[in-house]
Write a protein that binds this ligand. Structure first.
Ligand SMILES: Nc1nc2c(ncn2[C@@H]2O[C@H](COP(=O)(O)OP(=O)(O)O)[C@@H](O)[C@H]2O)c(=O)[nH]1
Ligand SMILES: [Mg+2]
Ligand SMILES: [Zn+2]
Length: 278
């Protein structure tokens, strides 16, 4: 942040300076690095970046163990965006946890469970305001680097403060944020406490899909449960009456809303590529 670097070593945070030959734009928040004490013993020198097991762009982050997607009844979730984020996370081999916050306002949790229980690794219900579900969330965060994403005002900062009040993350209403957003630049910062590491980000590039439309189906575990007899079937040709996925949608064994959004996402991705090569 502002040309300053910090490292996390043996459960403590220290200042660090990249060695001259380390290109600064090559350092990502989340990188594992080789360090040594500087010559005065006042801090550390970053000598080398170790190989990353994943990389997110916009905002740049590396070595993310799990994405914690926070949603809430207000502001209303965009489920197409949520599905895209899950596809992206699967492409990057990152687990997704959905936190359904503001349980005191409305029960959105059951709907989310019926749609996503096969698609993500955990679904939690929380009320950051009433301090409910926070212990379960903490347990999922232990010994991991988690990336919190979600629309503005779903309660990410309030959750962070409930997890650990010393974080003191700034919270506020949506209108205040838009006001403030005009003259602040966002950087990625990792919150560290005990054995929990969290980055709080808007998660921009996770909402874009860079994928061949014919591959999207492979990122739907609920489709993968069934073997369709048609080779390379994208599971929406009505004439293919024997399509195993369509059959199970009709039987109610595959969630209809997820399936309809899959078709929508397929169409969007296909159109995007067609426009590119027109
Ligand atoms: N009713 C209710 N309001 C919440 C809850 N969590 C956060 N909020 C409120 O939602 C607004 C946005 O919260 P904030 O943490 O700043 O959202 P962020 O933009 O995702 O970081 C604030 O006014 C919070 O007080 C909750 O569990 N229940
Ligand atoms: Mg916030
Ligand atoms: Zn099929």
């Amino acid at each position: 942040m502002g040309g300053q670097y910090q490292i996390y070593l043996n459960a403590k945070v220290y200042n660090a300076t990249p060695r001259g030959n380390l290109k600064l734009n090559k350092l990502y928040v989340g990188d594992y690095v080789d360090v040594s004490l500087n010559e005065y013993g006042t801090g550390y020198v970053i000598k080398k970046v170790l190989e990353r097991f994943n990389t997110l762009v916009r905002p740049p982050l590396s070595n993310v163990d799990q994405i914690v997607l926070v949603i809430a009844p207000i502001p209303k979730p965009d489920f197409v965006l949520i599905d895209k984020l899950i596809i992206n996370a699967k492409m990057l081999n990152i687990d997704v946890v959905i936190v359904v916050n503001k349980s005191d306002v409305e029960n959105l949790y059951s709907k989310v469970c019926s749609e996503y229980s096969l698609a993500v690794s955990h679904i939690l219900s929380t009320s950051a305001q009433k301090n409910e579900g926070i212990e379960d969330l903490k347990n999922l965060l232990k010994n991991k680097f988690s990336c919190f994403v979600g629309q503005s005002a779903v309660g990410k900062s309030t959750l962070l403060n409930a997890i650990n009040p010393t974080i003191n993350a700034e919270t506020g209403s949506l209108s205040k944020k838009i006001e403030r957003g005009k003259n602040t630049t966002r950087h990625s910062e990792i919150y560290v406490f005990d054995d929990i590491l969290i980055a709080d980000t808007p998660g921009f590039s996770l909402y874009d899909l860079d994928i061949d439309c014919n591959d999207i189906k492979y990122y739907y575990p609920e489709f993968q449960k069934y073997t369709c007899k048609y080779l390379n079937c994208n599971h929406f040709n009505e004439n293919e009456s024997e399509c195993e996925v369509i059959k199970n949608v009709n039987l109610g064994l595959i969630n209809l809303d997820r399936y309809l959004r899959y078709k929508e996402i397929y169409k969007q991705v296909k159109e995007k590529w067609q426009n590119l090569y027109k």
